[in-house]
Design a protein around this ligand. Structure first.
Ligand SMILES: *[C@@H]1O[C@H](CO)[C@@H](O)[C@H](O)[C@H]1NC(C)=O
Ligand SMILES: *[C@@H]1O[C@H](CO)[C@@H](O)[C@H](O)[C@H]1NC(C)=O
Ligand SMILES: *[C@@H]1O[C@H](CO)[C@@H](O)[C@H](O)[C@H]1NC(C)=O
Ligand SMILES: *[C@@H]1O[C@H](CO)[C@@H](O)[C@H](O)[C@H]1NC(C)=O
Ligand SMILES: *[C@@H]1O[C@H](CO)[C@@H](O)[C@H](O)[C@H]1NC(C)=O
Ligand SMILES: *[C@@H]1O[C@H](CO)[C@@H](O)[C@H](O)[C@H]1NC(C)=O
Length: 501
């Protein structure tokens, strides 16, 4: 027992794969990468995929594997024996074909002289989620002598496809001492150890014998050596040192005297099904205290006190997108119906934004449809444009540049005609509506020929400029005398805020 636990304590993990039936390079390279991945591995963090192994290969390196978090796929192999002798538990966090935690498929050579004969997974006693599919393995023995219902979680009714097409008469019989004639192969060492169907009614999960005192603790998976949560062969949820637990010790604890959350000195992060003091190298910590490969979409990665963490974004997470003139939009003149979707969820645009009349007209030559004005809403998330903003066309019934109401900064690193970082020309808008604009870092502005636009020339543009040399060209907009106060609104936040203060 002690050896089992010590083994687990220092378990070495490997990532596993998600290639399904894809062969990586030549069959030799495929085998080499298999060997490199699983050599010395005890816990596979994703899936264990053993595929395209030729007849004479030595797979003894697979003997170290004890736990697989995802699925196990054994397919298209010609090798005789796959010795997964120490595999105890398949968690099935990810399933093959959406259904199977264990899939053993088509392991034979075309001429049927070679193929997988033995799969002695004599310690496999738990599949927490998902079913089993065994199909098209003409040489494989003893899959029919395994009591699969002792391994899978029958209460969840997983899909199970057992098609033992092999020539069973030539297969070894189970050793006479095996319980109820269940085994993984020849010899007493290959007897299947039953840990569920034999249990006393009092047991809530697994057991190590038939009497009530043989019940395992309910945190145990696979089986146990005694009644306590520290006697489990594997853990259902999490392993904290040698003990199975429902959750890892929390990182913070509520302090009822101070009404605050205090750091828990015993706190640990969850890493797969294990509790750890620190996340392994290259993993990031989430709010919930788990170690992940990458932060999810509403969080971003930062380093705090030497720990890489996922932090919740304040509003929308920053997403940098290419603007006009950059990457796939190089040489494009205008935002249009074909490319506008690439601006979804962008907070920062690296490049320019030009909206020209062609956008709304469409263009038969480049097979561009007319832009639906509603689509302009994608720009509502934009806070920063590194180049210039040029608008020469806009929906006629829009009273302002509403889609850019959250735009905070125009850097003007590239300028229209080498001069302008903001140009608004020939629109029907009554006000600019650039409520959030705080800075135009470089370049001049041109606001011209907008026949309904009021007050653009009375605004304090200089307060937005970052340099002394920036100029404004505000001409041919609505005649000042025709502008009535009831029609016009402050054009941007500065004015707005000053009024409120
Ligand atoms: C079957 O294929 C294997 C591997 O290519 C080859 O070694 C063997 O000779 C073949 N047997 C027959 C009967 O064709
Ligand atoms: C099945 O195995 C027996 C014994 O090895 C052999 O005589 C028989 O030809 C096999 N049948 C098939 C269909 O392979
Ligand atoms: C079966 O097990 C018993 C005791 O567990 C042992 O004495 C006996 O030798 C075993 N039988 C065989 C055929 O090995
Ligand atoms: C519209 O955008 C697509 C993709 O960026 C581009 O291929 C096409 O030339 C553009 N059409 C016009 C008229 O700008
Ligand atoms: C945009 O963000 C929403 C909400 O976070 C998300 O559901 C959606 O998939 C994102 N779309 C793109 C194209 O990034
Ligand atoms: C502008 O007109 C379109 C239909 O042509 C309509 O869907 C949209 O709501 C209008 N926008 C405003 C701001 O009135």
């Amino acid at each position: 027992m002690l050896t089992v636990l010590l083994f687990l304590l220092s378990s070495t993990v490997c990532q596993g794969t998600n290639n399904k039936l894809t062969q990586l390079g030549h069959v030799e390279d495929h085998f080499t990468s298999l060997q490199r991945m699983y050599n010395n591995c005890e816990v596979v963090l994703s899936n264990l995929e053993i595929t395209y192994v030729e007849h004479n290969r030595d797979l003894t390196f697979l003997k170290t594997i004890q736990e697989v978090a995802g699925y196990v796929l054994i397919a298209l192999n010609m090798v005789d024996v796959i010795p997964l002798e120490n595999l105890q538990i398949i968690r099935g966090n990810v399933l093959y074909d959406n259904s199977f935690a264990l899939a053993v498929l088509s392991n034979y050579h075309m001429n049927k002289t070679q193929g997988l004969r033995e799969l002695p997974m004599k310690r496999l006693s738990e599949i927490l989620n998902g079913g089993v599919k065994i199909s098209n393995n003409p040489k494989l023995c003893n899959m029919d002598t395994v009591l699969w219902n002792d391994i899978i979680d029958t209460s969840r009714k997983p899909l199970t496809v057992l098609d033992f097409a092999s020539n069973l008469s030539s297969c070894p019989k189970c050793h006479p001492n095996c319980t109820e004639d269940h085994c993984w192969g020849a010899g007493e060492q290959n007897c299947q150890t039953l840990t569920k169907v034999i249990c006393a009614q009092q047991c809530s999960g697994r057991c190590r014998g038939k009497v009530p005192s043989d019940c395992c603790h309910n945190q145990c998976a696979a089986g146990c050596t005694g009644p306590r949560e520290s006697d489990c062969l594997a853990c259902r949820k999490f392993r904290d040192d040698a003990t199975c637990k429902d959750t890892c010790p929390p990182l913070v604890l509520y302090n009822p005297t101070t009404y605050q959350m205090d750091v828990n000195p015993e706190g640990k992060y969850s890493f797969g099904a294990t509790c750890v003091r620190e996340c392994p190298h290259n993993y990031v910590v989430t709010d919930h205290g788990s170690c992940v490969r990458s932060c999810n979409t509403d969080t971003y990665e930062v380093e705090e006190n030497g720990v890489r963490k996922c932090k919740k974004c304040d509003g929308l997470c920053s997403k940098v997108c290419n603007g006009i003139g950059i990457g796939e939009l190089k040489g494009i003149l205008s935002i249009n119906a074909t490319n506008i979707d690439s601006f979804k969820n962008c907070t920062k645009i690296n490049g320019d934004v030009s909206i020209l009349p062609v956008a709304f007209l469409g263009d038969a030559f480049t097979k561009t449809l007319p832009l639906d004005p509603k689509k302009l809403d994608v720009f509502r998330t934009v806070k920063e444009i590194s180049g210039f903003l040029l608008i020469q066309a806009w929906p006629d019934n829009a009273t302002d540049l509403y889609a850019f109401e959250n735009l905070e900064i125009i850097r003007g690193r590239t300028k229209q005609h080498g001069q302008y970082s903001l140009a608004v020309v020939n629109l029907k808008i009554q006000s600019l509506g650039l409520r959030s604009l705080k800075e135009i870092s470089d370049g001049d502005i041109a606001i011209m020929k907008n026949k309904n636009l009021c007050y653009a020339d009375t605004m304090n543009w200089r307060s937005l400029f970052a340099t002394q040399s920036q100029k404004t060209k505000i001409i041919q907009n609505r005649n000042k005398n025709d502008c009535s106060k009831s029609v016009c609104f402050p054009a941007f936040a500065k004015a707005h805020n000053e009024m409120e203060e």
